[in-house]
Design a binder for this molecule. Sequence first.
Ligand code: SAM
Ligand code: SF4
Length: 485
Amino acid sequence: MTEGDYGRSPALAGSVSSDLEESEEKALSKRVYIETYGCQMNEHDTERMLRLLEGVSYNETKEPKEADFILINTCSVREKPEHKIYSALGRFKKLKEENGAIIGVAGCVAQQEGERLLDRIPYLDMVIGTQAIPMLPQLLQTIEVSGKRVCETGFDKNRKYLEAIFPQKPLGEIKSYVTIMQGCDHFCSFCIVPYVRGREQSRPSREIIEEVKYMAEMGVKEVSLLGQNANGYGRGLEGELAFPGLLRQINEIDGIERIRFTTSHPRDLSEELIQAYSRLSKLCEHIHLPFQSGSNKILKAMHRGYTRESYLEKIDRLREICPSIALTADVIVGFPGEEEGDFRQTLDLMEKVRFDDLFSFKYSPRKGTRSAQFEDRVEEKVKQERLSILQEIQKETTLQKNQALAGSAEEILVEGRSKQSDRDVTGRTRSNKIVNAEGDLSLVGKLVPVRITKGYAHSLRGELVPHQCRLQSASCGVKSSEFLI
Ligand code: SAM
Ligand code: SF4
């Protein structure tokens, strides 16, 4: 942790300014609007940038037309999100003409395109790469003072971009992300990440522990550890803990009730990590383990470093150790050279595993990656057909798995009001499924037992287990005294 450049230290961050100071601050402050594309990593980067900008009196607005600074945090993993960014820039051009807003692009597209973006978009003021986030306030100031357009996309050898950025105001959040590593060294042949996020770098565990403890002091109950391959944590850091060791330490932190991590590479899923699911009480029973394809021929061309057999063995082992574990994954259809038989192998793997949910994508060639050179491309129409077939099958599996939960007892962490009804609250099970149940806002931030009454395509319906019933937990089939509110 560093003070100064990156915000106040934990001890100072809790101090409350007087109402007067606050209203004066508000009057002087400017507004920032950040539009975020892509993965949780990007969402977390957006949070970090907002924290940094608070330190130079920029407060968040959800309305682009109110903003003095508009920043688009971009994703270039596939072509579609990349295209959306150019249309977003088109929308914001008008706002710049109307109120002179400063416009910037951050994230993977910024890293990839650099100065070319400034050349291509004359009204763009700032391009800020993935490792330059700590420089955001400084870059903004340069534009404000000099009117110069700026571009910063260097990779940061001093690893400052990995350091925590502590919030200056109480978070008021019950769930929080903590980055444990950045970048990737796996170089899957389809993937742009190693080029736009840099080489794999883990943060020292003591910094991570310090950040999680701070989050716990701020009232956070659930922490999600983030990394392109979170389960490869510690590689290359001399004398550092491996991932299961890091989980053990976080499991000891008072106040943290749940631990999640995303995402994992099958190659880095060790027996020790599998065992952690039965040993660590706070580790939630869910793993996101992308398989990408069920065909060994395609896995080899993707340079994934495992086979369908070894993937399935790991799934069996996970289920042996933790029978209730929920499984989700990423899969790509239409990778170059994917024939009908390869696609059938993917469907077969899905049938064998019966995932709780899947993120499925059509292969999208990315400039600079190895597979972009492969010639045996699959026709767009075939890719679309395969994607639709796969998604239909998964939709049915997800629904069946959710329906099968009817009658079961689950614990949810209540997050807030449900979007569907003012009488309902919403939360997630340890297996990461959304549950809506009738209840009031006094439950927010609490772990409460629910009985599932119905399963739908994207969520579950539940009812809170009455207090009395919780006291007689055995007769209700609700297993733990943790269920007491
Ligand atoms: N590190 C994770 C892993 O190894 O599985 C994945 C991170 S990647 C940012 C997220 C997902 O995007 C991948 O799992 C993959 O399914 C998808 N993806 C990445 N590159 C892609 C491409 N060129 N075309 C289609 N999907 C892609
Ligand atoms: Fe991309 Fe492969 Fe690294 Fe995942 S492991 S981020 S898919 S290169």
